[in-house]
Design a protein around this ligand. Structure first.
Ligand SMILES: [Zn+2]
Ligand SMILES: [Zn+2]
Length: 168
């Protein structure tokens, strides 16, 4: 199970830092970065904080998920540019205490939903889940792809450039 695939030196640095709920709360205060598309659509991948692993701004941020009854299910942080993920509290944190250390999610792609857009079709799954799974939108089987940080032709590279210009 390839959970820890971070650069060794960087991983050691991150492991030395204690990331806890208090820090997560501090990070939650940082504003999000909204990308404006020519179609008029607006979309945000993350906050104005740089990712601890790839240092990309705009794709990383603290995140929260709720269960269907509105209670907090999970607090974590994630970068949708390089796959850096870390649990802070909630179900996964309890079931898999090792996720309190950074781990790398798996990038997946749906050809069908991704055919016309730069942001659609891309998704991610937890590394202990079997197979790339099916697209939640169109139910087509997805495939594993490289994270944007490992692929210079990934459409997120263009979005990264756009964010750099926006935040200069
Ligand atoms: Zn990153
Ligand atoms: Zn799809």
């Amino acid at each position: 199970m390839a959970v820890f695939r971070l650069d060794e030196k960087l991983r050691n640095k991150i492991m030395e830092e204690v990331y806890n709920e208090k820090q997560w709360e501090e990070e939650m205060k940082s504003p999000g970065i909204m990308i404006h598309f020519s179609s008029g659509m607006k979309f945000s991948f993350g906050s104005s904080l740089p990712c601890p692993q790839c240092e990309t701004v705009g794709f990383y941020g603290p995140r929260i998920s709720y269960s269907s009854n509105g209670t907090v299910e999970r607090k974590y942080r994630a970068c949708k540019f390089c796959g850096f993920w870390q649990e802070v509290s909630g179900g996964i944190f309890k079931e898999r205490p090792e996720t309190a250390n950074p781990y790398r999610c798996i990038a997946v792609y749906c050809e069908k939903c991704g055919k016309d857009g730069e942001i659609f079709g891309f998704n991610w799954r937890l590394p202990w889940t079997d197979g790339p799974g099916c697209c939640p939108d169109c139910k087509t089987e997805r495939r594993d792809i490289k994270w944007a940080s490992d692929d210079l032709n990934h459409p997120y590279q263009k979005l990264k450039e756009q964010i750099i210009k926006m935040t200069k």
